[in-house]
Design a protein around this ligand. Structure first.
Ligand SMILES: [Zn+2]
Length: 468
């Protein structure tokens, strides 16, 4: 067999997922994501290690930017072939890429203004990686394929998407390559979801694969089970409302908002919390929630049951989408306790900053963190226990209650990862552990070796392997 794989990202780090596969004279990428770690962002600016016009297809696992965010640049540089993904991923990718392009244009402009004022030049050009026009041009290549439908890519190469249970539309990809009457199965885990997460199905498990690429984001950590989040959220809402404060939830637009809404609507329905205003202060999250409504066929059985009883978690009394800046500003004048969800999830930009300014100095309010907080972000400073924080150029003492819940994660934890890979009935020829910080990837690789005795590799950036 002659199959080659090159690791162009998410190799001993979390972001920038890009894997290049060459077989039967055909070249394709699995994922084409942006780098988000500060120290690795330069890789988005260096040229691709191959000409993009030479790539025959891209298979996209899901719509998070660290998996799809580099696509407009690939198209801008000459890629002109299909990008296969599920229908829901295509819809969400559109929202994500347009937003990313908009932010990059804004950042480049601000940076230029700052540099002009200070009379200096930075290490990188003050240009966006891509513009809104570039993002639009890329969207034309998205080719939706339903789960479980096998597509022939080229002679002797086919692929099938399976539900990953990570975010709406997310897929694991099984690629089959045939050469001289022999077949190899390559399994790309994409990001693996959690067991018993609301709204979505559990991740698909597989009997057999010759080569597996598995993520390892939480390869060294246990997380709270998702089902514990309900009671914790109920307690936080009740105690904060009793104190007369607001619950401010910095949140990512995709999945986290919808999960929080799911639990809130369940609590309201069961009368575990009193009727309360829930304000969704993010046009992007409102758009994505609409996409959720359009793809109800992808929901798990419990969620489908709620919809047939007309109990949609995405439209309940008290829930409001705040789209204009005027709506957003009006929130701060409200007298009644409210639940406010806004982005960005790590508080380093977006409308959340204004809600933090209005609430972080109030002991009666709660700031509830439901997502990962990277180093160097305002969210990380707050969750690390800073007594005072600087927001939009001014210092504020932290007096609000700060709560962090890790059970809202969309990623499998270390035990769930091991359960997923252990479903394989015979040892794969090789397992590649990717998409994790070095220590998480190594810890997970060791636990597979120890419990299964399988051949496991933690590849480096730009490593190339022959798959025989
Ligand atoms: Zn993801």
């Amino acid at each position: 067999m002659q199959i080659k794989i090159t690791f162009l990202g998410a190799a001993r780090n979390v972001t920038g997922s890009r894997y290049l596969i060459k077989a039967n004279g055909f070249k394709f990428l699995v994922d084409c994501g942006l780098y988000q770690e500060r120290a690795l962002k330069y890789r988005d600016w260096t040229s691709f290690p191959f000409p993009p016009y030479d790539i025959d297809a891209v298979l996209l696992t899901h719509a998070h930017l660290d998996h799809c965010g580099y696509l407009p640049k690939l198209v801008k540089e000459g890629f002109n072939n299909p990008i296969y993904c599920t229908g829901a991923t295509a819809d969400i990718t559109e929202v994500m890429l347009m937003d990313a392009a908009h932010l990059q244009m804004q950042d480049a402009e601000n940076k230029k203004r700052r540099h002009d004022r200070d009379g200096r030049r930075g290490a990188h050009p003050e240009l966006p990686l891509y513009t809104i026009e570039d993002a639009e041009a890329c969207l034309k290549h998205l080719t939706p394929i339903p789960y479980k439908q096998t597509v022939k890519l080229s002679k002797g190469i086919s692929f099938t998407f399976y539900d990953a249970g990570h975010v709406l539309g997310a897929a694991m990809i099984e690629v089959r390559v045939e050469q001289n009457g022999e077949e190899r199965i390559l399994l790309f885990s994409g990001d693996i979801g959690r067991q018993n997460k609301p709204i979505l199905n559990d991740p698909t498990i597989f009997d057999t694969a010759d080569y597996v690429l598995t993520e390892s984001t939480y390869g060294d950590r246990s997380l709270d089970p998702p089902e514990n989040m309900y009671q914790k959220l109920v307690d936080i809402v009740n105690s904060t409302v009793e104190a007369g404060g607001n619950i401010v939830i910095p949140s990512f637009a995709l999945e986290r908002y919808q999960d929080v809404l799911y639990y809130l609507s369940k609590a309201l329905d069961a009368k575990k919390i009193k009727p309360i205003q829930v304000l969704l202060d993010s046009p992007m999250a409102c758009d994505i929630t609409k996409i959720f409504r359009r793809h109800a066929d992808l929901f798990d059985e419990e969620m489908k049951g709620l919809l047939t009883q007309r109990k949609s978690p995405f439209s309940f009394s008290g829930l409001k989408c705040m789209t204009s800046i005027g709506d957003s500003k009006a929130i701060n004048k409200l007298k009644e306790p409210s639940i406010i969800l806004a982005g960005s999830g790590m508080c380093n930009g977006g409308r959340i900053k204004y809600h933090l300014i209005s609430n972080i100095t109030r002991p009666e309010s709660t700031i509830l963190f439901v997502g990962y907080q990277a180093v160097d972000t305002l969210g990380r400073q707050i969750t690390d226990g800073a007594r005072e924080v600087r927001i939009l150029g001014q210092n504020y003492p932290v007096k609000a209650k700060i709560v962090k819940l890790n059970g809202f994660s969309s990623h499998a934890d270390k035990d769930e990862l091991l359960v997923w890979i252990s479903s394989l009935k015979r040892p794969p020829r090789q397992v590649f552990v990717v998409h994790g910080e070095e220590s998480a990837a190594n810890t997970y690789a060791d636990s597979i070796r120890k419990t299964k005795g399988w051949n496991v590799t933690v590849p480096n950036y730009l490593d190339e392997f022959e798959l025989d």
